[in-house]
Write a protein that binds this ligand. Structure first.
Ligand code: PD2
Ligand code: ZN
Length: 288
């Protein structure tokens, strides 16, 4: 069988890309191809195909290159689509899961007694919420977050240590990589505007924050007290609202500090009653 002279070989592909990069006009390339046996129309189509595939590959490569590298993240074992997960001292319910963003809704993560006990321990220690400021030194009140809050030290009492061990087992991530549990209380009207939980790599203060254990790679928001109305956790990129049901928790991970993770999320305003949550942020390495 004679070789098809109008076949796009690897050599032809490389020649077209090189000639185009050198500034040769498409018509000149077509003329060269016609001289070597191509029909003009077929040559034009082949040229378009090679150049558009090349551009698409280059665009994908540029996008990849401009993204921070992906890192390993925590996550529950969901490969066999279990209804329940063994978190050591508790059987946690898997209520819903999605892959992009990686997000899992758990039920029965905490008992009512544990939710109430956490609130009772936190209540006398609450103050106006601060966020980790990455644009200056230290922490600052943030108008995007109108709740009040406090942090427990990691393992500071038996209850906190028990919950931390449960979370570590549930999402397969060392207890040591967790920040201290944060408690937040939202009164009516309070909200947390949409944000990312990872630290913005472009902010000047981020380098110092990352020295304590690297980036945040996952968040677990646990609902301790249900408001009477409002207060959902929202994921605007994927049009998802998580109802703040006591004992439930929403987990989401982000393998790079980038909006392409679709992990933009916020706390919608509480319109009646009070919402209390506990948040566990997980870092790449031991958080010190
Ligand atoms: O309370 C929430 O729903 C909420 C929303 C967004 C909590 C957090 N972020 C957080 O603690 O990071
Ligand atoms: Zn958040």
């Amino acid at each position: 069988m004679t070789p098809n002279p109008q076949h796009i070989t690897a050599e032809l592909r490389a020649w077209i890309v090189a000639q185009a990069a050198a500034g040769q006009a498409p018509q000149a390339l077509v003329e060269s191809m016609v001289k070597s046996g191509w029909q003009e129309e077929v040559a034009l189509l082949a040229l378009q195909k090679v150049l558009s595939e090349h551009l698409a590959r280059e665009a994908a490569r540029a996008e990849q290159a401009s993204l921070p590298p992906a890192v390993p993240v925590p996550g529950p074992a969901l490969r066999d689509s279990p209804l329940y997960l063994d978190a050591g001292d508790r059987r946690v319910h898997v209520l819903q899961a999605m892959t992009d963003p990686r997000l899992v809704l758990f039920g029965n993560l905490l008992g009512d007694d544990e939710c109430e006990a956490l609130i009772a321990l936190a209540r006398p220690r609450m103050s106006r919420s601060l966020t980790v400021a990455t644009n200056e030194r230290g922490e600052a009140p943030n108008d995007d977050r109108t709740s009040s809050g406090m942090f427990f030290e990691r393992g500071e009492c038996e209850l906190v240590a028990r919950i931390e061990a449960r979370i570590a087992r549930l999402v397969h991530w060392p207890v040591e990589n967790g920040e201290g549990l944060q408690i937040l209380r939202y009164a009516p009207g309070a909200q947390y505007r949409p944000h990312y939980d990872y630290f913005d790599p472009h902010e000047p203060g981020t380098a110092a924050i990352l020295r304590r254990g690297g980036q945040r790679v996952a968040t677990l928001i646990i609902y301790l007290c249900e408001p009477d109305q409002g207060g959902a956790t929202t994921f605007p990129d994927v049009h998802l609202e998580i109802t703040p049901k006591r004992g439930n928790a929403v987990f989401f991970s982000y393998e790079r500090p980038d909006p392409s993770t679709f992990t933009l999320h916020g706390g919608a305003p509480v319109t009646a009653g009070e919402k209390w949550i506990a948040t566990k942020w997980l870092r790449e390495r031991e958080f010190i």
